[in-house]
Ligand binder design. Structure first.
Ligand code: FE2
Length: 283
């Protein structure tokens, strides 16, 4: 249907051997600016008193779970763990307290939809062999200076599982990502060892179906990239990021794609949609 892959054989070879690929200058400075500005606007309009109450309520777990589950088809704001003082109030402005915004910016907001449904995203997924891909979630990640929390080693297929597994992460650096402000780290080739565990939702909430194996820090390599670079992550790649202990933020916009042609969304996933997502293309 006219979708032509945009990865060359060297890039594909590198992706399949390493489990990730960096595409420099994937987005122009103007495109990055449009997304950063748009998020600033959304944040200005966000009334944090409503969500902050989630964290001080007696029914904290249920409310927190509901906020999380309901975010599937919304633009929802999530705070950094270290954003609140002992009194339950934010220690700094909301702009510097949000951990991420998820999980449907790509469907609801026109600026993020434009990027997410752009031809270059479709071409990329076509290169990777997707026949009828959907973007199942998006996240604007702030990695705030000083308090931006760590993301422990994981595989994206644990959270966004299809049978057979088909998730690919597309991680766009909106700002330079460095070792000091909390760039991605990954174990090259780890995707070849398959999926280690799954994140299951049941009547008790969410949990992993088995403990995490331990990883050797020496096996991880930093993926430092310039703003505008796109990092493509295989769904079975072990990756993580550390706390941002610098004074610079590290904004990123991430998309996760799954295949819907021949792959079935697992009912035990935390994410349960009321409305099926629109495929990017059908080939
Ligand atoms: Fe991830």
């Amino acid at each position: 249907m006219g979708i032509v892959g945009n990865l060359n054989p060297e890039q594909l070879q590198s992706f399949h051997s390493q489990g990730y690929l960096v595409i420099e200058s994937f987005s122009s400075p103007e495109e990055l600016e449009s997304m950063i500005k748009r998020m600033g606007h959304l944040l200005d309009g966000f009334d944090c008193s409503s969500t902050a109450s989630v964290f001080s309520s007696k029914n904290q777990k249920q409310l927190t779970d509901d906020h999380f589950y309901d975010s599937v088809e919304r633009i929802s704001f999530f705070f950094e763990e270290k954003a609140f003082g002992d009194d339950g109030n934010l220690k700094q402005s909301k702009q510097l307290s949000i951990n991420k915004v998820g999980h449907a910016l790509h469907e609801i907001d026109p600026v993020f939809t434009k990027f997410s449904r752009s031809e270059k995203i479709s071409s990329l997924l076509s290169s990777l062999g997707y026949k009828r891909p959907v973007i199942i979630q998006s996240m604007y990640i702030f990695k705030q200076p000083g308090i931006g929390g760590e993301v422990v080693p994981h595989q994206d297929n644990s959270f966004l599982y299809t049978e057979p597994a088909s998730c690919t992460g597309l991680w766009l650096a909106l700002e330079d990502a460095t070792i000091t402000n909390g760039c991605l780290w990954a174990i090259p080739g780890s995707h070849k060892n398959g999926l280690v565990r799954r994140f299951i939702r049941d009547e008790d909430g969410v949990h992993f179906d088995r403990p995490s194996p331990s990883f050797d820090h020496k096996d991880f390599v930093p993926i430092e990239v310039k703003a505008g670079s796109l990092v493509v992550l295989h769904g079975d790649l072990i990756h993580q990021s550390f706390e941002n202990q610098s004074s610079k933020s590290r904004h990123a916009f991430s998309l996760h794609a799954v295949e819907t042609d021949g792959c079935v969304w697992a009912l035990e996933n935390w994410m349960r949609r009321k409305v099926e997502p629109e495929p990017l293309y059908v080939s």
